[in-house]
Design a protein around this ligand. Structure first.
Ligand SMILES: C[S@@+](CC[C@H](N)C(=O)[O-])C[C@H]1O[C@@H](n2cnc3c(N)ncnc32)[C@H](O)[C@@H]1O
Length: 344
């Protein structure tokens, strides 16, 4: 129970603070609430996560006004909320993460054959359908919070990517990118496929509702972005195969057209995979004739993180972006900024 309380306190301090005052309040409340900690301790450890409890509660009974309201909702709907937590996963799909992937994808020989492992609904599998603006201001300036959730594009150049896309992703850039990533040109996707333990379907209203509920309360920019990306995906949904990334990757890669550059990528996924299985996956991806892009938390692929010459920020969750096992930048958890100065 102490571990779960600590998990909620850490979530409040590292993830929710500055990003969602309501989730910060709820996480701190749960950390000191014996009844809710009891309820969580009856669940498998992987199902005790704050994001899952909060999303399941909002999915079942709407967004609470504060901790007391939340507590009442959980206790009154206990069975339905637990059933939702057991049947659903935290599958937050954040298309803004594509802004960090884009310069890497554009640096490779086109056209591309993309495989996203841990694709959720596949919104990061559509990097060619979004427009990107990169502004070279310091991410610590007043235009962005430390999570990159609210930002403007005061000094940016024109968009790259699909310039007329209804979804324009802004990214504040710190540091100087290596020349090969500095002026990303267009990308062409000849073939794409996702792989997920539980693919979400953008044409299924329940899955869409779950995806929306995974966006934290108050994050209106993120919700708008999600809705726009879902609408884009609905017009031509990406193919997502049900399977485990440790066993199904080679079979899927064999379907990619050999004339295109194979790129296997993942963002915010390997954290959910046991350490031994991560090593199996890395061995498999490195055996393929293609490229590998990872965008994962600093603890997830520690040998990549160890080659950064400056550690990722310790006061917020960020990701290490790597191409073919080499770290190239640090990026924001939900998109919005990237920092090239930390690379090795
Ligand atoms: C947090 S979501 C990230 C989705 C997407 N990559 C993004 O960044 O928006 C993690 C996804 O990884 C999937 N996943 C976790 N373990 C997996 C595994 N062993 N094999 C395939 N998918 C997995 C989950 O089902 C979930 O959809």
């Amino acid at each position: 129970m102490a571990d779960t309380a600590e998990q909620y306190r850490r979530f409040a301090a590292m993830e929710a603070r500055g990003a969602s005052p309501l989730y910060e309040q709820l996480a701190l409340g749960v950390a000191g609430d014996r009844d809710l900690l009891d309820l969580l301790s009856a669940l498998p450890p992987a199902k005790r996560q704050p994001n899952l409890l909060f999303a399941a509660t909002r999915y079942v009974s709407g967004t609470p006004s504060g901790y007391d309201d939340f507590r009442l909702a959980v206790l009154a709907n206990r069975d339905t909320i637990v059933a939702t937590m057991l049947s659903r996963r935290t599958q937050t799909n954040e298309p803004a993460r594509c802004a960090a992937l884009y310069p890497l994808l554009a640096s490779l020989p086109q056209p591309l054959a993309l495989i996203e492992v841990g694709a959720s609904a596949g919104l990061c599998l559509l990097p060619d359908r979004y427009a990107y603006t990169y502004s070279y201001t310091d991410p610590a300036d007043a235009h962005t919070d430390r999570h990159g959730h609210s930002y403007s594009d005061p000094h940016g150049d024109g968009p790259v990517g699909a310039a007329d896309s209804p979804l324009r992703l802004h990214c504040q850039v710190k540091g100087t990118p290596p020349a090969r990533f500095a002026e990303p040109g267009p990308i062409t996707v000849a073939w794409r496929a996702g792989l997920d333990l539980n693919p979400l379907d953008v044409t299924n209203p329940d899955d869409v509702q779950w995806l929306r509920t995974l966006v934290w309360p108050g994050q209106r920019d993120r919700l708008r972005r999600l809705n726009t990306a879902i609408a884009l995906a609905q017009s031509d949904p990406p193919r997502i195969v049900r399977g485990d990334l440790t066993t199904a990757l080679a079979g899927l890669a064999a379907q990619a057209p050999p004339s295109a550059t194979l790129v296997v990528f993942h963002t915010a996924v390997l954290y959910y995979v046991p350490e031994a299985d991560r090593a199996t996956f890395v061995e498999q991806v490195e055996r393929l004739d293609g490229h590998w892009i990872s965008q994962e938390g600093p603890d997830v692929l520690p040998d990549i993180t160890a080659r950064l010459h400056q550690p990722p920020p310790s006061d917020t969750v960020s990701y290490v972006l790597a191409l073919d096992h080499e770290p190239v930048a640090i990026s924001a958890m939900h998109g919005g900024w990237m920092d090239w100065s930390a690379r090795g």
